[in-house]
Design a protein around this ligand. Structure first.
Ligand code: CO
Length: 134
């Protein structure tokens, strides 16, 4: 079951510049940075009550975010919902005809297991499901 909006991810062509914008100009607090090898992303997190913004940038210039930036030049990339049962949610949604971008959950930021629903099945919005390991 989906239990909360975990984060909103924004793809950025220049991570340092974007961090400055959200931290210095907009006054949000940078809570951490993490390179996620499995997703080929370099990320930065800004908590806001109940959720957080996540800036995503290609790690070593590779991966899906690099392709997204080439095509769109940056912008709102995905929404992520936390779930307490990722396996059950994937099975239920597959039963309803939803497709996913991987065969099963993969390692994401913060040690979570994550999976993305195919945006063609969600009206063009890329949606990530994430479950904490604990
Ligand atoms: Co995400």
């Amino acid at each position: 079951m989906l239990i909360r909006l975990d984060h909103i991810a924004i793809a950025v062509p220049d991570l340092e510049e974007a961090i400055q914008r959200f931290a210095r100009d907009l006054g949000l607090e940078l809570s951490g940075r993490e390179d996620v090898e499995a997703a080929k992303t370099s990320t930065a997190f800004f908590p806001v009550p109940g959720t957080k913004l996540e800036l995503v940038h290609p790690l070593r210039g590779e991966g899906p975010i690099a392709k997204y930036l080439e095509k769109k030049g940056g912008g709102l990339h995905h929404l992520c919902f936390e779930t307490d049962d990722i396996t059950g949610d994937v099975a239920r949604l597959q039963g309803l005809g939803y497709r996913f971008l991987s065969d099963g959950p993969v390692p994401g930021a913060h040690g979570k297991r994550v999976i993305f629903i195919h945006p063609k099945d969600t009206g063009g919005v890329l949606i990530e499901l994430a479950q904490s390991q604990d």
